[in-house]
Write a protein that binds this ligand. Structure first.
Ligand SMILES: Nc1ncnc2c1ncn2[C@@H]1O[C@H](COP(=O)(O)OP(=O)(O)OP(=O)(O)O)[C@@H](O)[C@H]1O
Ligand SMILES: [Mg+2]
Length: 436
C-alpha cells in the first residue's frame, strides 16, 4: 500500500525514469487534490503530437502503478489545458525535486495554507507572538511588552487572535472593563454586513497604560454568547456585492486596517494561536507581520514543529520572503544554575533548525549577502531573545492585578531582552514616520 507520504518520493522515481521524454511534454503540474489523489495537468498541444502523447501515456501508466489509490486511473489522470502556466499561477506550487518543468500543486481543505506570505506592513510595525507549544508564556510576554511600551509613551494596539482559547485580554483588562464585542463578533457580523456596529464597541484602553495607551481588542466581548457557534463561522470567506471573494484572513486584515486608521497606534501586537493551526497561519503569514516572535522551549517538540514549518516554506520557495522577520524567543529559561546550559542547548537546536531550511548554504564562492549567521551572532534569528522563568509571573490568576504593581527591575530582568528588541523596531518605525 502506498501512503500519502510516499506520493512525492514515488513521483520523483517515476519522473526520473521518464526523464528523457519530459522535454517534449513541456511544463506539467502534478495536482494533489483534497483527497490526496493525484492528477496531471498537461498542455493540450500534446493531444495532437503522437510521439508526445505516447510518452505521456507511458508516464501515466507508471504513475498509476506507483501511486496505487493515491492516483486517478490512467483514463482520468490527465487534464489537458491550453495554458498550464496560468493554472499554476492560480495556487501556490513548488517544483518536484530538481525537475525544472514539473510543478506540484497541493489542494488543502483549510484556507490557511502557510504557503502565501504577505508583504510587511509599511505603517505601524506588526509583531506576532507565536509558538508551537501552548502555555509557554506568550500572552504574558505580550502583555508585559505592551505595558512597557506604554510606559515609554507609545500607543499600542493589542489583538487577541487566540480565538480558540482566548485569554490575553484578561491579562490586560479586568473582566468588568471588557468591551461588549470582540474579534469573533466582528468576523461573524461582517458576513452579514453588520460589522460597523461591532466596530464601535470592541476596543477598550487598558487602565495599566500611564504614559501612552494600550488599546485592547479581545477575542470575545463581555457576554461571551454562543461562542462555539460563532467560532465555527469566523473562517468563512465573504462574497462581496460584485462577486469578489474575500478570504477570512483578508477580512481580518481589513479589520486591522480600520483599527489602525482609527487608533493610529505606534505598534500592533498580535497574540497568535499556538501550533500549526489555521488561525496561527493567518497571524504568521497573512497579516503583514514585520516581526514574528517564535517562542521556544528546549526540547524536541518545539524543534520538530518549527522544522515542519520551515521545511514547508523552503520547499515552496517562500522562505526568503519571511525569514528576515523571524526571531526565536527562549521562553521560561530556568532562573538558576541550569540557565547557561539550557540556553546553549536551545541555541544549538535553534541553529541546526535554521541551517536545515532557513539559512543559505555556505559554499566556497558564497557572496557576503548570503543569509547565514554564526552560532554566536546575536543578530541572528536563531539566536534567542531570553525570557526568564520568574516566580512572580508563574501561575498568576490575574496578570492585570500583577501588572498594576509591577516594578521595572523585575520586568527588566525577566523580559528586558525581548522588550529592548521590540522597542528598537518601534522606535525605528517612528523615526521613519517622523522624517516623512
Ligand atoms: N516568565 C514567566 N515565568 C514564570 N511563569 C510564567 C512566565 N510567563 C508566564 N508564566 C505563567 O505560565 C502560564 C502560561 O502563560 P501564558 O498564558 O502567558 O502562556 P501562553 O503561551 O499564552 O499560553 P496559551 O498557549 O495557553 O495561550 C501562566 O500561568 C503564566 O502565569
Ligand atoms: Mg496565550
Amino acid at each position: 500500500m502506498i501512503t500519502f507520504d510516499q506520493i512525492l518520493p514515488k513521483l520523483i522515481e517515476v519522473f526520473t525514469a521518464c526523464q528523457a521524454d519530459l522535454t517534449q511534454l513541456g511544463e506539467m503540474i502534478i495536482n494533489r487534490d483534497l483527497n490526496g489523489r493525484v492528477r496531471l495537468i498537461a498542455n493540450d498541444t500534446i493531444e495532437g503530437n503522437p510521439s508526445a502523447l505516447a510518452a505521456l501515456t507511458t508516464l501515466c501508466e507508471q504513475m498509476v502503478q506507483a501511486l496505487g489509490n493515491h492516483a486517478f486511473t490512467v483514463n482520468q489522470l490527465v487534464i489537458f489545458e491550453s495554458d498550464v502556466r496560468a493554472i499554476r499561477h492560480q495556487a501556490p506550487s513548488f517544483l518536484l525535486a530538481d525537475f525544472t518543468s514539473i510543478y506540484v500543486i497541493d489542494r488543502l481543505a483549510t484556507e490557511g495554507s502557510w504557503a502565501t506570505i504577505s508583504e510587511e506592513s509599511t505603517t505601524a510595525p506588526r509583531i506576532v507572538f507565536f509558538s508551537i507549544k501552548g502555555g509557554v508564556g506568550r500572552s504574558t510576554a505580550l502583555a508585559v511588552t505592551a505595558w512597557s511600551l506604554a510606559e515609554q509613551g507609545k500607543k499600542v494596539l493589542v489583538l487577541d487572535l487566540d480565538l480558540e482559547s482566548p485569554g490575553l485580554s484578561s491579562n490586560l483588562l479586568p473582566e468588568e472593563r471588557r468591551p461588549t464585542f470582540g474579534i469573533t463578533d466582528w468576523l461573524v457580523e461582517d458576513l452579514v454586513d453588520n460589522s460597523d456596529m461591532i466596530f464601535k464597541d470592541m476596543v477598550v484602553t487598558s487602565e495599566l497604560s500611564r504614559n501612552g495607551d494600550i488599546y485592547v481588542v479581545p477575542a470575545h466581548g463581555r457576554d461571551i454568547g454562543e461562542y462555539i457557534a460563532k467560532l465555527g463561522r469566523v473562517w468563512m470567506p465573504k462574497i462581496g456585492a460584485c462577486g469578489k471573494r474575500e478570504s477570512w484572513s483578508e477580512r481580518l486584515e481589513r479589520l486591522i486596517g480600520q483599527l489602525e486608521s482609527k487608533y493610529l497606534p505606534d505598534v500592533i501586537l498580535i497574540d497568535s494561536r499556538a501550533g500549526i493551526d489555521e488561525i496561527a497561519s493567518a497571524c504568521v503569514t497573512d497579516l503583514k507581520a514585520n516581526l514574528v516572535l517564535l517562542f521556544a522551549l528546549a526540547g524536541a517538540q518545539t524543534w520538530t514543529g518549527y522544522s515542519i514549518l520551515f521545511s514547508y516554506w523552503h520547499r515552496l520557495g517562500v522562505i526568503q520572503k519571511i525569514r528576515e522577520r523571524l526571531q526565536i524567543v527562549a521562553a521560561m529559561i530556568p532562573d538558576d544554575e541550569r540557565r547557561i546550559a539550557y540556553i546553549e542547548d536551545l541555541r544549538d537546536q535553534s541553529q541546526i533548525t535554521f541551517i536545515n531550511d532557513v539559512y543559505d548554504e555556505l559554499t566556497q564562492e558564497s557572496d557576503t549577502d548570503a543569509f547565514n549567521f554564526d552560532e554566536l551572532d546575536e543578530s541572528a534569528p536563531h539566536y534567542p531573545l531570553e525570557i526568564r522563568w520568574n516566580t512572580g509571573f508563574s501561575a498568576l490568576t490575574s496578570l492585570s492585578r500583577r501588572l498594576e504593581s509591577l516594578d521595572e527591575n523585575t520586568v527588566k530582568l525577566v523580559f528586558g531582552n525581548l522588550i529592548d528588541n521590540v522597542s528598537i523596531i518601534v522606535n525605528a518605525a517612528q523615526q521613519r514616520k517622523d522624517t516623512l
